[in-house]
Design a protein around this ligand. Structure first.
Ligand code: HSE
Length: 422
């Protein structure tokens, strides 16, 4: 029997606490204390009699508590609680990707020094066992590339926009109601959540700490229904993809961005809040993992599995060779990789515009693959109309020069997305 303290009783914390009460797998786990910020708040989602405290030391310094589960969100306060718990000899389980992405090197160093287990399966892709896969099954293979859909909220939005023509705002409200989105959903749709997870995955896959703030990141905020449907008409699906590679240089090439994936690509069929990660490694070749990547239930399942590993003495204890501690990764400029592009521009609807735009691209040696100016029935007072273009393969630097010229002409770029060919 091990005794557990839980920090945080939001949607994930409440999900775990319910599972600790109901799952037969949790029979050897005793929940002692739950840390909350507001003890007076009504919490009908928690089992009656759940013992609450507002004092972190009642978790971190209670000699009866063996494991602290950190589910608060944020970085500074969780860092204080996790480091105190470790220094008091307690194992830690966390679902906090921000904590690991930002302060992971310090936390893993402390866990290694104290020889204590640190479970974090739930920090990336919720219920999908990607951390275990990288740390256990694939640890003897050399991973050369990894790409994934790692933000459930964005994938949920893009799927519903595609399948139901539902509005972005309606889908986002539903994602919040279902407990998929972060407290500030801008963190999901801006790509930052995916970049944070990508930093953790790249660290584990490539064996050196990857600072998520150095990953070029963009999100899905500018994508409109017309982009989703236009991409589909061309044989693609728009997905927010974290792409990570380890080229021959040994550096890390990383990018988080919405891209057009060919319809037959393994990540193109991942729907709603599901996540998927595709790994390329020298021995195994291609490995694909898919599962529920957001929401209280799948996250709680991963948390409980980490707790059971600790209770049964099977949890991994970090050493000084742990990727978060061993070294820091250098980056290569992945944005320099040549690609095809999809663009939706906003241009003036007057004679000569198309010729002028085509001239801008020609001046940079960029060949256009397709051009579409859809009919706009009601301009609603705007003098600009959409112009949808795809290019043949070009480097991003040339494209940026074209976009700068367009901006100087007073025209806008609404969307610029890579087109992936495989
Ligand atoms: N908000 C996250 C997502 C879930 O939508 O994927 C937790 O990481």
């Amino acid at each position: 029997m091990i005794t557990v303290g839980v920090a945080g009783a939001g949607s994930i914390g409440a999900g775990l606490i319910r599972l600790l009460h109901t799952s037969p797998a949790a029979r050897n786990l005793r929940l002692k204390t739950v840390l909350v910020r507001d003890a007076a708040k009504q919490r009908p989602e928690l089992p009656a009699g759940t013992p609450l405290t507002v004092c972190p030391a009642e978790l971190t310094d209670d000699p009866q508590i063996d494991v602290v589960v950190e589910l608060l969100g944020g970085v500074d306060e969780p860092f204080g609680i996790v480091s105190r718990a470790l220094s008091q000899g307690k194992a830690v389980v966390t679902a906090n990707k921000n904590l690991l992405a930002e302060r992971g090197p310090e936390i893993f160093a402390l866990a290694a020094e104290r020889r204590l287990p640190l479970g974090y399966e739930a920090s990336v892709c919720a219920g999908m066992p990607i951390i275990r896969t990288l740390q256990e099954a694939l640890r003897v293979d050399r991973i050369t590339a990894l790409e994934g859909i790692v933000n459930g909220t964005s994938n949920y939005l893009l799927t519903r926009m595609s399948e139901e023509r539902a509005s972005y705002a309606q889908c986002l409200a539903d994602a919040q109601r279902l407990g998929l989105a972060e407290p500030d959903p801008a963190y999901d749709v801006s790509g930052q959540d995916a970049a944070c997870k990508a930093g953790i995955l790249a660290t584990l896959a490539f064996g050196a700490y990857v600072d998520c703030h150095r990953i070029p990141t963009s999100g899905i905020g500018s994508i409109a229904l017309e982009d989703v449907h236009q991409a589909e008409a061309m044989g693609y699906r728009i997905k927010l993809v974290a792409a990570l590679g380890r080229p021959a240089s040994g550096r890390v090439a990383a990018e988080v961005a919405a891209v057009l994936l060919p319809r037959h690509h393994p990540l193109a069929s991942i729907r709603m809040e599901c996540n998927a990660v595709r790994i390329e490694s020298e021995g195994l070749g291609e490995t694909l993992l898919a599962g529920r990547g957001a929401g209280p239930e799948p996250t709680s399942v991963s948390l409980l599995a980490d707790l059971l590993d600790i209770a049964e003495g099977r949890a991994r204890i970090p050493t000084a060779e742990h990727p978060f501690i061993a070294s820091v990764a250098d980056f290569e400029d992945r944005q320099a990789v040549a690609s095809r592009y999809y663009l939706r521009l906003a241009v003036a609807d007057r004679p000569g515009t198309l010729a002028q735009v085509a001239g801008f691209f020609a001046s940079q040696g960029i060949s256009l693959a397709s051009v579409l100016q859809p009919e706009v029935p009601d301009l609603a007072g705007s003098s600009l109309v959409p112009l949808i273009l795809t290019t043949h393969t070009t480097d991003r630097r040339r494209l940026d020069l074209v976009l700068a010229t367009l901006a100087a002409a007073g025209w806008g770029r609404s969307v610029v997305l890579r087109i992936r060919e495989h």
